[in-house]
Design a protein around this ligand. Structure first.
Ligand code: NG1
Length: 449
């Protein structure tokens, strides 16, 4: 827990609500080193927690009202009642992340939230940066509501529940961010596998630093990036349907996610399956009617089965998306081995390959990210890639310890200098950090403050 920040948040809480908080919670953001757009496919990821977080000072209330106040005053105060159902605010409203946590705890864990809470929320994770500010907000709200109700829940269980809870805001996201925020280990990356959730610590190679750089393009998933993200989730769901058709009776059951291929055919390289898909459909954008015709179902049936909303349009790229997902999952396996062996060079090569795949097959890069990656490589990054959903946001870079000062100087000179106005500090745009531990709840009265 950052003691100075927590103490000042507690003071602000007292000033605002008139009584001291009973607890302070902290939920960190994360940077994903490798394994992009694999989590919602049930395939592994390799993130670590960053030193930026959401912190909430809280006190229970006698009624069932949740009163949300933002310490930084960027977001307007919100109040809602915990009585079910909890209807969402307008799309994009920050209060929906708190409601997502409340609704999810009740719906998926059966938690009895009989007490509301006063919550003072402070965040230091830039939003729309691919650093998981939204999930940190959901995790912190969940921990705050549980603390206000004296409910203990293992973090592993919360990490299973909160991804579904966060879908309340309309993003079809996977489970990486909540698991990383809750279960991260200081000084380590985490390999996370899904269904069921499994987590193991992975060391970072000695003599290297991880640097996060913002492309200065915000990709808000409460805004335009949501559609781009959800479309890719749907493309993967459609691909599962084509695989079912292609693999026929060799499949013992239906495919819920592309990751089921790894479960059903253990030991077989995932990329081998791509040829089964290519045998059924061409590598070009297809309409829903074309995909349906290849599977032999009616388009409306397919739309309903895959939950395809009209805002996602009628152009679905399946072959390229699957090529990314399956190859990315294999890169995670190789990357974990490289990290275990302390081989930063091999890890860097996998990061570069991941970026190429995100750009060319998953189409989630953008012009500014490409310039930033090029600058980073010229500045000596051993590996550089976009991190998080993409469409803007941050890059993650592996840099030799001895080179990291000159790396920053060059990135500042060749990327940030011409792009930043005087009101923005470059230190807010790129940062070097040590992996943090995951979320924590500190009882404020016993903390002696
Ligand atoms: P970011 O961009 O940090 O929100 C998103 C998803 C993850 C994962 C990555 C891509 C949310 C809340 N998170 O992360 O689950 O799919 O994109 O790997 O949407």
């Amino acid at each position: 827990m950052e003691p100075t920040r927590a103490a000042s948040l507690a003071d602000q809480f007292r000033d605002h609500f008139g009584n001291p908080p009973t607890a302070v919670v902290r939920a960190p953001g994360r940077v994903n080193l490798l394994g992009e757009h694999t989590d919602y496919n049930g395939l592994p990821v390799l993130p670590m927690a960053i030193d930026r977080s959401v912190m909430i000072a809280l006190a229970p209330r006698p009624d069932r009202v949740v009163s949300l106040f933002n310490a930084g005053l960027q977001f307007a105060p919100r109040e809602y009642d915990l009585s079910e159902p909890i209807p969402p605010y307008e799309d994009g409203d920050w209060g929906n992340y708190s409601k997502a946590a409340a609704d999810g705890l009740v719906r998926y864990s059966g938690a009895r939230l009989v007490r509301g809470a006063d919550l003072l929320v402070d965040g230091t994770i830039p939003s729309g940066a691919g650093l998981s500010s939204s999930s940190a907000l959901v995790v912190a709200n969940a921990l705050a509501l549980l603390a206000a109700n004296d409910i203990q829940m293992p973090y592993e269980e919360l990490a299973e529940i909160l991804p579904a809870a966060e879908r309340y805001v309309g993003t079809l996201s996977g489970g990486m961010d909540q698991a990383a925020s809750l279960l991260a280990r200081a000084g380590h990356a985490l390999r996370i596998d899904f269904s069921p959730l499994r987590v193991r610590s992975v060391p970072l190679p000695e003599g290297y630093r991880v640097v996060v750089c913002h492309s200065l393009v915000r990709a808000e998933k409460s805004g335009a990036a949501k559609q781009g993200y959800n479309l890719r989730v749907i493309e993967c769901r459609l691909a599962c349907r084509v695989f079912e058709r292609a693999l026929g009776t060799s499949l013992p059951r239906g495919l819920h996610a592309l990751g089921d291929l790894a479960v059903l055919f253990p030991g077989r390289p995932l990329v081998d399956f791509l040829s089964h898909l290519s045998a059924q459909i061409p590598d070009r954008p297809l309409s829903l009617a074309e995909v349906a015709a290849r599977i032999g179902v009616r388009p409306e049936q397919l739309r309903a089965e895959c939950d395809i909303t009209p805002d996602l349009g009628d152009r679905f790229n399946l072959v390229r998306r699957v090529r990314h997902v399956l190859s990315e999952a294999e890169r995670v396996n190789r990357a974990e081995a490289a990290l275990q062996a302390g081989d930063g060079t091999a890890f860097g090569r996998l990061m570069d390959a991941s970026h190429g795949s995100c750009r060319d097959d998953y189409d989630v890069s953008c012009a500014e990210l490409e310039v930033l990656i090029q600058v980073a490589k010229e500045a000596g990054a051993v590996g550089a890639r976009l991190t998080g959903a993409g469409f803007g946001g941050c890059t993650v870079n592996l840099v030799r310890e001895d080179d990291h000062a000159s790396f920053l100087t060059r990135v500042d000179r060749y990327f940030y200098r011409s792009r930043l106005d005087h009101s923005t500090r470059v230190s807010d745009c790129r940062f070097v950090f040590n992996p943090e531990r995951g979320a924590e709840v500190v009882s404020w009265r016993t903390a002696g403050c």
